[in-house]
Design a protein around this ligand. Structure first.
Ligand code: ADP
Ligand code: MG
Length: 288
C-alpha cells in the first residue's frame, strides 16, 4: 500500500499545488472535522496596501514617521512590512539603518533607528501596556492598523487594506458542504476578523489571538474530539501547526512554518485544501 499512497499523494500534489511532506497527512486528510484558517495570506492575499498615514504629533510629519517605521520593518518579511516598504519606496523615502531589532510575536516589531527606540505594533500591544492614543477614526474601518511609537510615545498610525482571495468563498462553501467546520484565527483586530469571516460566511472567528493562544485553541478543539487541520504562514504559527493533526503551511510562509508543516500549500490557495480533502476521501473509499 505504501507505494500506492506515495503515487497518489504525488499525483495530488502535482495537480493541486500541494507539497505533501508527511505521507500520513494525505491519508489522514479525510478525517479532518475542523479547519482553522490563519487569515493573512491564505484567505486574504496579503496584499497590504497602505490606506492611511496619520500622525498625532505636529513635530513629526507623515514621511518622517514612515521613514522611522521602515527602518524597523525592513527586518521582517511580514505582509505588513512589505506593504509599508512598498509605500516608502513609492514616496522615494530612503530607509534608514536600524539595530537591536526585536520581533514581538503577534504584536509587532521594535528596534533602534538613529538612536531612537522605534516600535511598530498592533492595537493588542497598546492594550497590553495600557498606552493611550488620541481618538481616531481607525476603528471605524476594516483595516489592519499598526501604531508607531518613538521612545515610548505613540506618534501616529498606518492603516492597511488587504483583499480576500477570490478562491476563498468557494473553498469555505465546499468544506461546509462536506460537513467540515471552519474557523478564522488571527492576530489582527476584531473588525478585520469579523469582516472576513462574514464575507466568507465562515462558522466563526477569533481575533487578537497571540501565537501561543493559537496552539491552545487547537488543543482545546482536539480535546473535544475534533480532528484539526491548521493553516498558517508566520514564524509565530509554527507551534499551532505542530499541534494540529495536520499542519498546512502556506507557500509564501517562512521556512520555520514550512519545516513544521505536514503539507505545504504552494500557491497559498485555500481551494487546494478542499481538493485535498475531497480527493483523500474519494481515494480511500475506492481502496477499501
Ligand atoms: P495573523 O494571525 O493575521 O497572521 P500575526 O500574528 O502575523 O497575524 O500579526 C498579528 C498582529 O501583530 C498584526 O495584525 C499587527 O498588529 C502586529 N504585527 C505583526 N507583524 C507586524 C509587523 N511586521 N509590523 C507591525 N505590526 C505587526
Ligand atoms: Mg500570520
Amino acid at each position: 500500500a505504501v507505494p500506492l499512497v506515495v503515487a497518489i499523494s504525488t499525483a495530488v500534489s502535482a495537480n493541486n499545488g500541494l507539497l505533501i511532506r508527511n505521507r500520513t497527512a494525505f491519508e489522514n486528510s479525510r478525517n479532518i472535522t475542523t479547519i482553522i484558517f490563519d487569515k493573512t495570506g491564505t484567505l486574504t492575499q496579503g496584499s497590504h496596501q497602505v490606506a492611511e498615514v496619520i500622525t498625532f504629533n505636529p513635530a513629526m510629519d507623515k514621511k518622517e514617521m514612515l521613514r522611522l517605521a521602515a527602518g524597523v520593518e525592513q527586518n521582517s518579511e511580514h505582509f505588513i512590512s512589505q506593504g509599508i516598504l512598498r509605500k516608502v519606496k513609492e514616496e522615494g523615502i530612503q530607509v534608514p539603518a536600524s539595530e537591536a531589532f526585536n520581533y514581538l510575536p503577534g504584536k509587532g516589531l521594535e528596534g533602534k533607528v538613529e538612536g531612537k527606540d522605534v516600535k511598530v505594533v498592533g492595537p493588542n500591544y497598546l492594550q497590553e501596556f495600557n498606552i493611550q492614543v488620541p481618538a481616531s477614526e481607525t476603528e471605524e474601518g476594516v483595516e489592519t492598523v499598526v501604531h508607531v511609537l518613538v521612545d515610548g510615545l505613540p506618534i501616529g498610525y498606518i492603516s492597511m487594506r488587504d483583499q480576500i482571495r477570490p478562491e476563498s468563498a468557494e473553498a469555505i462553501r465546499i468544506l461546509k458542504e462536506n460537513g467540515i467546520k471552519n474557523l478564522l484565527l488571527t492576530g489582527d483586530n476584531e473588525r478585520v476578523a469579523r469582516s472576513v469571516s462574514d464575507k466568507l460566511n465562515m462558522d466563526g472567528f477569533l481575533a487578537n489571538v497571540l501565537p501561543h493562544q493559537k496552539q491552545e485553541k487547537v488543543k482545546e478543539l482536539q480535546a473535544k474530539g475534533e480532528f484539526v487541520a491548521m493553516t498558517g504562514d508566520g514564524v509565530n504559527d509554527a507551534p499551532a501547526l505542530a499541534q494540529a493533526d495536520i499542519g498546512i503551511a502556506v507557500g509564501s510562509g517562512t521556512d520555520v512554518a514550512a519545516e513544521t508543516a505536514d503539507i505545504i500549500l504552494v500557491n497559498s490557495n485555500p481551494q487546494d485544501i478542499a481538493s485535498l480533502i475531497l480527493f483523500g476521501k474519494a481515494t480511500y473509499r475506492k481502496m477499501i
